[in-house]
Write a new protein. Sequence first.
Length: 82
Amino acid sequence: PGVEGLGLLPGVVGKFAFEEPLAVPQIGWNGISPQQESPMFTGLESGDAVYFVHSYRVAPTAALTPWTLCLSRYGETYVSGV
């Protein structure tokens, strides 16, 4: 946080901003919600779980929509694949 990235994609990386008592880092299985077709999803359907280990997230924005392959939810919705 507070450090500029490479600037390849629009968006801001930040800490999870939820009030629920969830553990951070998120370590474990979580569902995905595909937003676009991608070979990355071959054999997967909406709601299928993939494994996550992370402490930060990128919130979905209109500017990031063309890049967003999938969303997930862990206390809040975040971009989980680009």
